[in-house]
Design a protein around this ligand. Structure first.
Ligand code: MSP
Length: 665
C-alpha cells in the first residue's frame, strides 16, 4: 500500500532523451518547462516529483556507438552522463534520472510485457515493412524506396519474426477513454489529431526485434529484444517503483510533457500498453511545439542546433528560461533568435524587473535607513487605494494562466504589474518627496506600495526565475525561502514595516546587444567543433564529459591517429570575402578547395579586412556539418590560431607554395 502523503502528489515527466547525441536548446526547452511546472506546483501545495532520463536502446544508439568505435553500453553511458551533467549545471535536474539501461527498468519492462501477455494481448507473427531507423518506427503504407513522412530520410525494408501487441483491440477503449477524459491530450489541436488517427483504425504493433542486439531481452525468447518505444515509455513507471509502484504512491503520472512529434506514442500506444497490463493511466499528456531555427525544426541532423551552454555562460540560465517561456506560446512552434533573446533580456529583465528592484530598494535604503517604511494607516485602513485589489487581481489572473500552462500570458500579466509599479514611481516621484519633510508620510506610503508590489511580482515570477527572484526576495528582507511560499497564501500587506532589507546587489546588468550575440555565437562555434569531436569519441567516464564540459585547465585527452584521420583539412584559396551584416566579427568567404568552391563564415573580421584575404591560401576543415551563423550557411571552417593581441585570430598558412585542394596530414 502506498504511504499516505501530507500533500497531494504531482508526478511529471520529460521525454527520456536519446543518447545518440548531445542536448540542444530544443531538448533544454522541454526540461526547462517541466522544471517551471515543478516549481509552480510546489508553490501551489503539491508534493511534486519529476522524472527525466535517457532512452538508450535501439538502432540509432547502436550505430552511433559503432561509428565511435565503442560498445553501445560504453558509448551510451558516456552520453547519458553528459545529459545528466547538463541538467545539473542548468539547475533543472528533476528528482529522478532514469536510464533505460538500469536494471530496475529492465525488470519493469519484462514484468509489464508478461502482464500484457497473460492478459492475451501479445501474439507472434511476421512483419515485412519499411522502417525508419532515425525515428525507430515502421512506416505504415510505405513501399521500398519511400522516404519517412516524418523526417524525410529513406526507409529500409525489414522482415522479422516479431511479437505483436494487439493494439487493434484498443481502438474503442481508447476512444471511450478520450471521451471520458477530455483533458487527457493537450492542446486541443493535438487531441484532434490523435482522435482522427485512432478513429482511422489501429493496426497491431510489432514490439520486439530480432535484427538488433542492443535492447532489453524478451525473457526466454532470445534473440528477441524489445522495440525501443515499448521499452522507453515504461521508463516513466520504472522511475517510480516499477512493479512496486504502489509503495511510492506516485503512479499514475499526472503529466507527461513531450514534444509534438511523439504525441502518438504517448497518447495512443502508452495508454494501450497500460490498459493491457491493467495498470492506471497517466492523467495528462501535454505536447509542446518545436523551437525553430531559420524556420526549420532545430535538430542535429539539419545542423541548425543552438546549444544552451554558450547562452548560459554569457547571459546566465535565467534569461534563457524567461525568454523561452515568454516568447514561445506554449503548445505552438516558435522561432529561436539570439536577437530576441538579448532584446527580451534588456527590456524585461534589466530595464524591467531588475531596475524596479534596484530603484525601490535603493530608495528605501537611502530614505529610510534600509527599513521597510510604515505607511500611514498600515494594518488599519489598508494601504494605497487600489493596491490590495491590484495584488489580488494579479494573483488570481496569473495563477489561472499558470494553471493552464499559458506561460507567455502569465509572464505578460506579471510584467504588466512591473510596468504599473514602475509608472507609479515615476508619477509619484519619491526622490522629490524626499526633499520635503512634510511629505514624509506620503514618501513612506509610496515606497511601501512599490516594495509590496515588488514582493508580489517577485513571488509570481519565481517558477520561471528561481534564482534571481530568491535574491530579490532576500533583498526585501524576507527570510523564509521563496520556494516554500504558497501562492494562495500571498496577499497584500504581508510585508512588515520595519523589516530590515538585505544587502543590495544588481540582478540583471544591462548588456550591449551585438557584442553579447557575437560572444554567444563564437562560443557556439567552438562548442560545435568540440561536440562533434566528443560525439565521435565519447568520454569513457562521466568525469571526462567531453570538451564542452571539461573544467578549465584540464589536460586535453590524447587521441589516436584514427581520430585525427577523421578530420579532413585541405588547402583553400579565398576567392571572395565580405562582411556579414550585423556581425562585427564575421566574414563570409567563398573558398576554392580544389574540387568545389565552398561558402564559409569565419569569425576573423576583427583581424582581417575582406579585401586582404582575396587570393590568400588558407587551411580549411572540409568535413564539418554545415551550420548557419547569423542566417548565413557555413560549409567548413578556416583554421586559425588564437594568437594575436587579445586572442584575436591568426590564419594558418604555408611558407612554400602548395596546390589548392591538397590534403593536410
Ligand atoms: N527518446 C524519445 C522519447 C522517449 S520518451 C519515453 C525521443 N528522444 S529525443 O532525444 O529525440 O527527444 C525528443 C524531445 O526533445 C521532443 O519530444 C521534445 O520534447 C524535445 N525536442 C527535441 N527537439 C526539439 C525542438 N527543436 N524544439 C522543441 N523541443 C524539441 O524522442
Amino acid at each position: 500500500m502506498s504511504t499516505p502523503r501530507a500533500k497531494p502528489k504531482y508526478y511529471l515527466t520529460t521525454p527520456l532523451y536519446y543518447t545518440n547525441g548531445l542536448p540542444h536548446i530544443g531538448h533544454t526547452y522541454s526540461t526547462i518547462v517541466a522544471d517551471v511546472i515543478r516549481r509552480y506546483k510546489r508553490m501551489r501545495g503539491f508534493d511534486v516529483f519529476m522524472t527525466t532520463g535517457a532512452d538508450e536502446h535501439g538502432v540509432n544508439v547502436e550505430r552511433s556507438a559503432k561509428k565511435a568505435g565503442k560498445s553501445p553500453q560504453e558509448y551510451s553511458t558516456a552520453i547519458a552522463a553528459q545529459w545528466r551533467q547538463l541538467w545539473d549545471e542548468l539547475g533543472i535536474p528533476g528528482d529522478e534520472f532514469i536510464r533505460t539501461t538500469d536494471e530496475r527498468h529492465h525488470r519493469t519492462v519484462q514484468w509489464l510485457f508478461k502482464r500484457c501477455r497473460e492478459n492475451g494481448y501479445i501474439e507472434k507473427g511476421h512483419y515485412t515493412g519499411q522502417y525508419c531507423v532515425h525515428d525507430n518506427a515502421y512506416v505504415v503504407d510505405a513501399g521500398p524506396g519511400d522516404s519517412c513522412p516524418d523526417c524525410g530520410r529513406p526507409t529500409e525494408t525489414v522482415t522479422e519474426e516479431n511479437y505483436f501487441f494487439k493494439l487493434s483491440e484498443f481502438q474503442q477503449k481508447l476512444l471511450d477513454f478520450y471521451a471520458a477524459n477530455p483533458d487527457f491530450i493537450r492542446p486541443e489541436s493535438r487531441r484532434n489529431e490523435v482522435l482522427s488517427f485512432v478513429q482511422g483504425g489501429l493496426r497491431n504493433l510489432s514490439i520486439t526485434r530480432t535484427t538488433i542486439r542492443w535492447g532489453i531481452p524478451v525473457p526466454g525468447e532470445a534473440p528477441h529484444v524489445f522495440y525501443v518505444w515499448f521499452d522507453a515509455l515504461i521508463g516513466y513507471l520504472s522511475a517510480v517503483g516499477g512493479p512496486e509502484f504502489d509503495e511510492r504512491g506516485l503512479w499514475p503520472a499526472d503529466l507527461h510533457m513531450v514534444g509534438k512529434e511523439i504525441i502518438r506514442f504517448h497518447a495512443v500506444y502508452w495508454p494501450a500498453f497500460l490498459m493491457a497490463a491493467d495498470l492506471p493511466l497517466p492523467k495528462q499528456i501535454w505536447a509542446h511545439g518545436w523551437l525553430l531555427f531559420d524556420s526549420e525544426k532545430m535538430s542535429k541532423s539539419r545542423g541548425n542546433v543552438v546549444r544552451p551552454r554558450p547562452i548560459v555562460s554569457v547571459l546566465g540560465i535565467e534569461p534563457l528560461r524567461y525568454y523561452l517561456l515568454r516568447e514561445i506560446v506554449f503548445g505552438q512552434d516558435g522561432s529561436f533568435s539570439y536577437d530576441a533573446l538579448v532584446s527580451r533580456y534588456n527590456s524585461d529583465l534589466a530595464n524591467g524587473l531588475g531596475n524596479l528592484a534596484s530603484r525601490t530598494l535603493t530608495m528605501i535604503d537611502r530614505y529610510f535607513g534600509g527599513e521597510i517604511p510604515k505607511p500611514p494607516g498600515y494594518g488599519a485602513l489598508g494601504n494605497e487605494p487600489g493596491s490590495a485589489d491590484f495584488a489580488s487581481e494579479a494573483l488570481t489572473r496569473v495563477t489561472q494562466l499558470y494553471d493552464k500552462f499559458s506561460f507567455s500570458l502569465a509572464l505578460e500579466g506579471i510584467w504588466e504589474q512591473v510596468a504599473a509599479i514602475d509608472k507609479y514611481l515615476t508619477v509619484e516621484k519619491p526622490w522629490t518627496l524626499a526633499d520635503q519633510p512634510e511629505n514624509r508620510e506620503r514618501l513612506a506610503k509610496v515606497l511601501y506600495t512599490a516594495a509590496e508590489g515588488l514582493r508580489i511580482v517577485t513571488a509570481l515570477a519565481h517558477p520561471v526565475l528561481p534564482q534571481s527572484t530568491e535574491k530579490i526576495w532576500r533583498q526585501l528582507g524576507q527570510t523564509t525561502p521563496l520556494a516554500s511560499v504558497q501562492m494562495d497564501q500571498l496577499s497584500w500587506g504581508q510585508l512588515k514595516p520595519g523589516t530590515k532589507i538585505g544587502k543590495l546587489e544588481g540582478i540583471f546588468p544591462r548588456v550591449e546587444k551585438s557584442e553579447t550575440i557575437e560572444r554567444i555565437e563564437s562560443m557556439e562555434q567552438e562548442q560545435s567543433k568540440a561536440a562533434e569531436a566528443a560525439a565521435a569519441t565519447p568520454a569513457p567516464t562521466p568525469a571526462a564529459a567531453g570538451p564542452a564540459a571539461a573544467p578549465a585547465g584540464a589536460a586535453p585527452a590524447k587521441i589516436g591517429i584514427e581520430d585525427f584521420a577523421k578530420i579532413e583539412m585541405r588547402v583553400g584559396l579565398v576567392k571572395s570575402a565580405e562582411r556579414v551584416a550585423g556581425a562585427d566579427k564575421l566574414l563570409q568567404l567563398q573558398v576554392d578547395i580544389g574540387n568545389e568552391v565552398r561558402q564559409i563564415v569565419a569569425g576573423i573580421a576583427s583581424a582581417y579586412k575582406p579585401e586582404d584575404l582575396v587570393g590568400r591560401k588558407v587551411v580549411v576543415v572540409v568535413n564539418l556539418q554545415p551550420r548557419k551563423l547569423r542566417g548565413v550557411e557555413s560549409n567548413g571552417m578556416i583554421v586559425a590560431a588564437s594568437a594575436g593581441p587579445d586572442g584575436s585570430p591568426v590564419l594558418a598558412g604555408f611558407l612554400e607554395d602548395v596546390p589548392v585542394g591538397a590534403r593536410l596530414k
